[in-house]
Design a protein around this ligand. Structure first.
Ligand code: NDP
Length: 515
């Protein structure tokens, strides 16, 4: 389904306008696809899924590699469109392209191994061959966000395609052109028509996809919309994968490399203007290094350039209504006694929010409990990393996290209640294709990326094949009179260490032989 350009199509109620948040430039229009059109796309995908699913892994891999090569060849065009539609600096947009292709590559190359049949122990049924096999689901609906309009949906699209599914993708209404572009490139690279389609529109189009006859919905966005998507999917018992927001904490222990931690906190909180589900949204810093950390953070933040020009480190806020949320969080914090060290609610200029560092924050402030999704870093003084850990876990969210320090740091990291943790770094887990990505609690469930991300788009099938018939057939109504005693003997021999009888011995030997 092709996008229309500004020149060729006048604005109408049935079209969505894509606008550059940095300067208001209209970039193009896309249609708002109706429920009927979404259902038609799903029907086409269903046909494509049969052909695509019947290919060998090697055949699918070759086609996905061809798509990846074309995406790489058009990296400038894609990065430019990400930059203009989302507002992030061009270099960040190119980094997004690189990380997206790294995931596509991983998924394409790994699917065969991960979906290979697995022979497993048959346990007490030792005369059986037990096999687990993995099969494509069929059609996967992907509802994507605007903050990483290629990278985030690719975590579902690339993995679902590699696992043999067809995909219908609904990009955010804020970034539809780049969604359409990657689908157009796929159409030239992949020989199976309609295996990856893009439908455009607003929440109604997304709602139609969630209600359509798809085999899974992979959603990224807010908790509220996630719940609505689940409700719609529940009508068809469609399984869902939910990648929702976060309130990621950084913990800085007293033996941390403080300057490194401060630089990482600034990057983690401000990159993409703080519009990342894994942004650092809270930093808990041990008392002994607190002041050094805060001074370094403020120093670094003062050097961060905001704007839409080539020298800017961060661009505009992509979603205009997000600016009100950021302002509300800051005003609420200031009204309750927080101290603004740099930036602040009065440093919001149109679509641009100046990076802000706040201290003296308390748990009753919205800035510590709700997702701010802006270039804001609250820093909290704690007595130790242990106290930081307790406060970090005191949240309904649990997506990413980071921890800086040395002694016992891995043990502390394990105790952070989150789907992902970076040690002495931030956000690194997202760029490592072999690591699964996803959250706990209000941050959602299910995993994209990694081997688990591939399995997420498969259905598991169990097969039990009889290799030979045992003298005593237990799955029969024609049991000899002494069967009860025989089974009791087996129970005692195999599970209780009791006296061994003949049947138990046979089974025991068989099991040993299989091992
Ligand atoms: P939403 O959750 O509202 O939107 C996410 C996606 O869902 C978009 O593609 C959207 O389409 C679509 N959508 C909206 N309504 C429906 C519906 N009823 N059924 C199906 N799909 C629907 O997020 P927003 O873009 O409004 O951002 C709001 C907040 O969400 C942010 O402040 C941030 O906190 C969080 N967020 C989290 C992200 C993450 O990475 N976890 C990413 C983006 C946002 P459309 O855009 O066309 O309305």
């Amino acid at each position: 389904m092709a996008a229309t350009t500004q020149e060729s199509t006048p604005k109408s109620v049935d079209l969505i306008e894509s606008v550059n948040p940095n300067n208001g430039e209209v970039l193009g229009h896309v249609p708002i696809h109706t429920e009927e059109q979404v259902n038609a796309a799903v029907r086409r995908a269903r046909e494509a899924a049969v052909e695509w699913g019947n290919l060998t892994h090697a055949e699918r891999r070759n086609q996905l590699v061809r798509w990846r090569r074309l995406l790489a060849a058009q990296a400038d065009e894609i990065a430019d469109l990400i930059h203009r539609e989302n507002g992030k600096p061009r270099v960040d947009a190119m980094l997004e392209v690189m990380n997206s292709l790294s995931h596509l590559s991983y998924a394409a190359n790994r699917a065969e191994k991960i979906m290979a049949d697995q022979k497993v122990s048959a346990g007490v049924m030792a005369n059986f061959r037990a096999t687990i096999s993995y099969h494509p689901l069929g059609v996967v609906g992907v509802i994507g966000p605007w903050n990483y309009p290629v990278f985030t949906p690719m975590g579902s699209i690339g993995y679902a395609l590699a696992a043999g599914n067809a995909v219908v993708f609904k990009p955010s209404e804020i970034t539809p052109l780049v969604g359409q572009l990657i689908a157009d490139i796929a159409a030239t690279a992949i020989s199976v028509p309609n295996v990856f389609q893009c439908v455009t529109g607003d929440g109604r189009t997304g709602g139609a996809l969630a209600s359509a006859a798809v085999d899974k919905i992979a959603f990224t966005g807010s908790v509220g919309t996630g719940k609505r998507v689940m409700e719609a999917a529940a009508k068809n018992l469609t399984p869902v994968l939910m990648e929702l927001g976060g309130k990621d904490a950084m913990i800085v222990a007293d033996d941390a490399d403080v300057n490194k931690a401060a630089e990482a906190a600034v990057f983690g909180a401000l990159t993409n203007a703080g519009q990342a589900c894994i942004s650092v949204e809270r930093a808990y810093v041990a008392d002994s290094v607190y002041q050094q950390f805060v001074d370094k953070v403020v120093d670094e933040v003062r050097n961060v350039r905001v704007g839409g020009d080539e020298d800017a480190n961060i661009g505009a806020i992509t979603l205009p209504r997000q600016i009100d949320i950021i302002r509300d969080h800051l005003e609420d914090a200031v009204a309750k006694g927080a101290k603004v060290l740099v930036g602040g609610p009065d440093k919001i200029d149109g679509n641009f929010v100046h990076p802000t560092v706040v201290t003296d924050v308390t748990p009753d402030m919205r800035i510590l409990s709700e997702e701010t999704f802006g270039p804001v870093l609250p820093v909290i003084r704690v007595s130790s990393a242990e106290e930081g850990l307790r406060l970090a876990n005191d949240t309904t969210f649990g997506l990413g996290s980071s921890i800086f320090g040395k002694a016992g740091i891995r043990k502390l990291a394990r105790r952070i209640r989150a789907g992902m943790t970076s040690i002495n770094s931030v956000m690194a887990f997202a760029a490592i294709p072999s690591l699964p990505f996803g959250g706990v609690g209000d941050s959602g469930f299910g995993r994209i990326h990694g081997d688990e991300g591939l399995k997420e788009f498969t259905r598991t099938k169990a097969t039990a094949e009889e290799r030979f018939t045992l003298p005593m057939a237990l799955m029969s109504f024609k049991l000899p009179k002494n069967t009860y005693d025989k089974i009791r003997g087996m129970v005692q021999q195999m599970y209780g260490g009791g006296p061994v009888d003949r049947a138990g011995e046979v089974l025991h030997k068989l099991r040993r032989k299989r091992r």
